[in-house]
Design a protein around this ligand. Sequence first.
Ligand code: NAP
Ligand code: MG
Length: 398
Amino acid sequence: MDKIKMITPLVEIDGDEMTRIIWKQIKDILLEPFIDLNTDYYDLGLPNRDKTDDQVTTDAANAIKKYGVGVKCATITPNDQRMNEYHLKKMWKSPNGTIRAILDGTVFRTPIVIDKIKPVVKNWTKPITIARHAYGDVYRGTEFRIPGEGKAELLYTAKDGTQMRETIYDFECPGVLQGTYNKDTSIESFAHSCFQFALGRKEDLWFSCKDTISKKYDGTFKAIFERIYNESYKSAFEDAGITYFYTLIDDAVARVIRSEGGFIWACKNYDGDVMSDMISTAFGSLAMMTSVLVSPDGNYEYEAAHGTVTRHYYRYLKGEETSTNPVATIFAWTGALKKNGEKDQNTELVGFAGKLEQAVISTLEAGYCTKDLSNLYEGLTPMSLSTTAFLEKIRENL
Ligand code: NAP
Ligand code: MG
């Protein structure tokens, strides 16, 4: 059989621990037998980030800007414990944070819904997509631990030297302080990405934040969404029969739980981080959540929403067989291959990606799964397999 050819290279970003093992298995078992993979490879495994002083992360993000599409494996975000475990030179920043800061844009997270697996929230019959603003706020914040008595102020100096200054708090004891920011340009591109994504999927768009408390910060988000909707999308939404609506985040949470799903929920950076874990867990498993970063200039980075599954990796290192779910990582690859194929008008590649997704779904529908899903099935006794056996089963169906 002739292998499928690729035209533009796909930016391949390797990662850490269990997901790094799965990454290689997916390529060996499901991709390379069928595709002549043309990738621009970046090793973001923690040892190589340390070795390159994290330059490799910046290079990978810039490669996505150059070629348009990337696929990323989960990576470790270093903390104190990782500093010792990997003997790091420095506590490198979150690679996802670095890549998002370079690409800007919005992360869309959608659960992969399987007929035989029922969500914890019984009335959710359709997927809920979280659109997470991937720039700024606490992820680019500046923090102080305040040692004791003293005054904290907020100060802005304009280019012409004029200043705005306000007291934040007159500390009488130790405490904490944090400065966060966002930019109109980034919020605008967040809004455009959300409206366009909603039109593409023909689903309602909800946006929520807390403008009653944060009148200027969150109020700006709300106002920008409203303006861009009225200026650019209102009539297209009406033609598509979909709606945009804003509500406070606490009201949104209540409505989401009571809804039947089938809409896009746009959230600020932190809200999106938290709510996407809630949504994916309630739909079944963190390992069934796909994630794509869409940048305002039309670049795409696909990944799984979960981490490097450290607990499974330590078992793997001891020689134990693991049953880690590879589905979200497979869908990261299929999403990226599809997008790469669409951009190159490579119908064979797009077709293959679609068939691989169908093979995954039909394998799960037939009751073959990894351990995390085995007690979520209804109306069928599933067969829980090791990661390797599960991938082989998908290959058989493919
Ligand atoms: P995690 O890797 O997502 O795993 C948390 C737990 O969720 C696992 O122990 C496992 O539960 C379950 N799980 C997650 N993915 C699974 C899968 N594919 N198959 C089966 N079960 C799965 O989160 P973490 O343990 O908090 O973080 C581990 C490392 O990942 C950290 O170093 C963190 O910095 C990094 N991280 C990276 C990203 C990213 O690159 N996008 C995102 C989050 C975290 P059981 O153990 O109960 O089976
Ligand atoms: Mg999170």
